[in-house]
Every structure is written in C-alpha cells, then in structure tokens.
Design a protein around this ligand. Sequence first.
Ligand code: NAD
Length: 499
Amino acid sequence: MRNIGHFIDGGPAVLSGTRTSDVFDPSTGQVQARVSLAARTDLDTVVANAKAAQPGWAALNPQRRARVMFRFKELIEAEIGELARLLASEHGKVVDDARGDIQRGLEVVEFCCGIPHLLKGEYTEGAGPGIDVYSTRQPLGVVAGITPFNFPAMIPLWMAAPAIACGNAFILKPSERDPSVPVRLAELAIEAGLPAGIFNVLHGDKEIVDAILEHPAVKAVSFVGSSDIAQHVYERGAANGKRMQCMGGAKNHGIVLPDADLDQAVADIVGAAFGSAGERCMALPVVVPVGAATADALRERLVAAIHGLRVGIPTDPDADYGPVVSSQHKARIEAYIQMAQDEGAELVVDGRGFSLQGHEAGYFLAPTLIDRVTPDMKSYRDEIFGPVLQMVRAESFEEALSYPTDHQYGNGVAIFTRDGDHARRFAAAVEVGMVGINIPIPVPVAYHSFGGWKRSGFGDLNQYGMDGVRFYTRTKTVTQRWPSAGSAPERNFSIPTMD
Ligand code: NAD
C-alpha cells in the first residue's frame, strides 16, 4: 500500500503521529493509498524549521523570489498532464477538469511573478518641513493554509504562491482525501529553487488544525472548506490573535430572465451545475427562472440536456463528470434528494440508483433535477454539493433577486439576460460576493480576488490578487525627518499637525 507522507524542510519527513487515513479511488471504491496524519506535537518541529528558514528567504531581494516563482510556474506547466491524472485519480473529477484545477492555481503563480511590483510601497516627499513618509509591506513570518478536497491544486496555490512570494514560510495542511498533488507541488517548488523550510506540507485532520490555530508562531491562517468548520477556524484563530481568512460553503443561484438566450443559458447552467459532479463552491445548484413561461421552457430544455450527459471515470475523454468523492458523501447527496421530495418538491429527473458498468462500486450519481423548490425547504437552504439542480420559480425580477440576497450563503451568483438595465441593477443590489452576467461560474481572474459574503466568507480579505498580497504582509509606515544643517531645534508638547 502506497503511503503519502509529510513534506517538511525540503524533503519527506516521518513525524511522531502514527494515525493514517485511507485515500480512495472514487471510481472503484478501493483504498489506493494511506496518508500519514500528524500529531499535535509534530507542529513544533515544522514551525521551528519554517521559522529558521524564513528570515533568509525574506531577505532575498523580491526579483530573486520572483525568479523562483517563474521557475515554479515552468515546472508545473511541464508536468501538468501527470499532475492532472494524479489529481483526478484521488478526487474523481475528469482529467480535463483536473487540468483546469491546476491551471487556475498556476495563474496565481503567474500573478506572483510580478511580486517586486506588487510589494512596492508608497512614498510621500515633503509631507512636512524636511519630512518624508514611506510605507512598506513586510512578510508576517510563518503562515498556514488549510484546504478542502474539491480543488487540491488550485486552492493550495491560491495561498502558497502569494504567501511565499511575499517572503513568508508557508505550512499547508491539505485535505486528507486527495493529498498527493499538494505534496508534488511542494517538491516542484523546492526544485524551482525555493529554500528548504519555506513550503511545507503537513497532513492531518482536526487535531493538527487545532494545533495550528493555537501555535503562537503561526501568524496568519487561510482556510477554505465548509462553513461550520470555517467559522470554528475563524473564531479560534482570531481569539488567538491570528490574522484569519476563512472561506465557507455556497449555494449559488442562476437567475434566468424571460429575455435570456435560453439555449446558451441551458448549456451554461448544465455545465455549472453538474461539472465536477457539482462539487465546486462556485457550482450553480439553483436555477431561478422568472415567469411561468420561462420556467416551463427552461425545464424542458434542461431535461433534454440532462439526458444527454455522460457520467464516467476521470480518464474517459467523453465523460462530462465523474464520481463524487466518497461513499459517505454520495449517501448524503442521496439523502438530500429524498429530503427535497419529502418536503414537497417535484423530482423531475432522479439521478439515484445509477451504476457505471465495470465500476459498480464507484461513487457515481447521475444528474438530478428538482422543480418547485421553495425557500423554506431545508434541501434549498443547505449546500448539497453534488450533481443536483434545484429550480425555484419566481414571478418577478424583484422576487428572483431576493432569493440569493436572503440566502445564508453568498459566494457566487449568475444572471442570464440580454437586458443591461436589469443586469446592472441586479449586480449592484444582490448580496453575494461574486456576480456573473451571462457567466455561469464567475471565479475572478488571478489579478482580481476571490471571496464570498455572509456564511461563505469569514474575515475581510479575499483570496489572491492584491488582497492576497495584503493578507500575507503587514504595512510599516516610516515618517522621517532630516533637518537641514543650521535649522533651529524644535520643542513641541502638542500632537504634531500639518497646520
Ligand atoms: P471540510 O470543511 O470538510 O474540510 C476542509 C478542511 O478542514 C480540510 O483540510 C479538513 O481536513 C479540515 N477539517 C475537517 N474537519 C475539521 C474540523 N472539525 N476541525 C478543523 N479542521 C477540519 O470541507 P471539504 O469537504 O474538504 O470541502 C468542501 C467544502 O468546501 C464545501 O462546503 C465547499 O463549498 C467549500 N469550498 C469553499 C470554497 C470557497 O472559496 N468558498 C472553495 C472550495 C470549497
């Protein structure tokens, strides 16, 4: 049985924790590897190494740090095919989609190649007589990232790239369900010229997460995962004085106005609802058509599109999506489908009971469409995170706008329309962090930033972009005076002002 170990101080490391966790192949239901789980006390060793390595890395001029980023980007690009297959084998997403997972992370590495420019401070000459003021951004020291199973390359890179480029030492605690790609990324970073101790991968579960949240030398923690855990991590870390950034779950809505290009909207909604088996925090699991005629026409087209979808193993080039991540998660999704029906919604297409020939023990689910869902239903309020699309019918634009606005989650939302006025009003008013206008999955490009509102995000700075640089640095502002020779000494007992 293959063992997936920690990657500490530039190489593989055996730590004191003796527990392991099974890593499954979701297509077969078989255990394919075991990952070591760190014990609480292991963190001291990892932090000590990281702390020792960090000042030297931070002292390297930013152009040299950027060159490591350039090389890191090249090495990931050269290996992207293999990485995608490895990722797909543990996660279950199709290989093409796994490439996208890596590519979106790579784009954050690309952004960080510009770190000398991004870290440039501000300067004011002559803020007072002989007085200049400048601000710089300095790294925090040792920082950590805790990531979910559903993007095992993209999300670790959202965090690792800016944290490291800014001059910090970074400890990644990836999901224990698909831990291989994060380790390979850290190996590639070392190959790219990163000093030992700057990018560490420490596997584990709640035990090590809680240790990270309590360790005094860990200055900031970025978390992405489900909302209850995001909130727990946020509160505990903040109570211990850490800078925290915690992204949670989602229930994204796609609003379809009567004037939308329905064929394009259906293609977009089906891809966004069922791609990656719906296991994306920016998936589109709720569709809100406005008016009965729009709803009926949309439903008819959705049913036809759903019947044309192909569920398959990740290496099947014709598969639209693969299995879900685990048997427990599959059972949870099936329970939500049943719940929706019991709550009075109409089960239009039932994806349960699907079996893929030759892979009968895999965690496959065919697509499900549920109509006449209402906001009081628990199956609507909760995140299902599977290949399940729910339809909530609205009578008016205002009613449609109220659904994503009133929902507990506020990650992403999309509106499909040809009417610029409605689109503009919607984007301005909706209480959601990321909005797509005729764009089903509005994940911002690497030089903007990613973050949801309400229970989708705890903390105030988004992931990557300039917010990422801000999160992993602190501002120091220097006010300096160099009096001219011969100037008279000044005494002042009042607060200095620029009167
Ligand atoms: P999860 O919350 O189960 O796990 C996330 C991380 O937390 C993992 O590293 C896990 O080991 C750790 N963890 C699990 N239980 C813990 C506990 N009790 N205490 C401390 N740490 C714990 O999430 P998941 O199932 O891996 O990922 C799916 C979830 O992540 C979905 O809710 C999805 O919407 C969300 N997600 C959000 C975003 C975003 O940016 N908002 C992006 C991707 C995924």
